[in-house]
Design a protein around this ligand. Structure first.
Ligand code: FMN
Length: 150
């Protein structure tokens, strides 16, 4: 969506503030159409083709991180194909991956099991799904979820 700050980014920043972690954005070289419906079509096509969109940025020191909070919007029941690219670009064996997802009704979908398929040797903790329109008021929800994880 053509928003100044995306829903997922709002949650990512809350998690960063609460955990003191570093924040990286998964961004694609090719941008998506400004129009929402057009983007849904491009995304559906990428899903159908099992595409791996090229990313703009590589985390050089991924080995320094044991825990990755992985955030994404639900696109057609799972994460955008760019997140497939991300998960395949690194060896995340032995790391802990903590998913969080924003959506408009489908919840976390099949994204958790997709992470497990792509990263069979990572530990994937139970994630959260937050309705896109409610992210601004989700502070307590995110904080309580993080408390339960540790
Ligand atoms: C291409 C595309 C596909 C989407 N597919 C779904 C979906 O299958 N289920 C759902 O609940 N929401 C779907 N959405 C809505 C987004 O998950 C929701 O608006 C999300 O909060 C957007 O996060 P962002 O602002 O970080 O991009 C889709 C949005 C887009 C752009």
């Amino acid at each position: 969506m053509d928003l100044p700050v995306g829903n997922t980014e709002v949650i990512a920043k809350k998690i960063k503030d609460l955990t003191g972690g570093d924040l990286f954005e998964i961004n694609t070289v090719k941008s998506y159409p400004a129009d929402y419906t057009e983007t849904t079509k491009v995304a559906k096509d990428e899903l159908r083709k099992n595409a791996r969109p090229e990313l703009t940025f590589k985390v050089k020191n991924i080995d320094d991180y044991d825990v990755i909070y992985l955030g994404y919007p639900n696109w057609w029941g799972t994460f955008p194909m760019a997140v497939f690219t991300f998960l395949e670009e690194y060896n995340l064996s032995g790391k802990t991956i903590i998913p969080f997802c924003t959506h408009e009704g489908s919840g976390i979908g099949r994204s958790e099991s997709d992470i497990k398929k792509l990263c069979p040797d990572a530990k994937v903790l139970p994630g959260i799904a937050i309705w896109g329109g409610t992210v601004a008021g989700a502070d307590n929800f995110v904080e309580n979820w993080l408390k339960k994880l540790v």
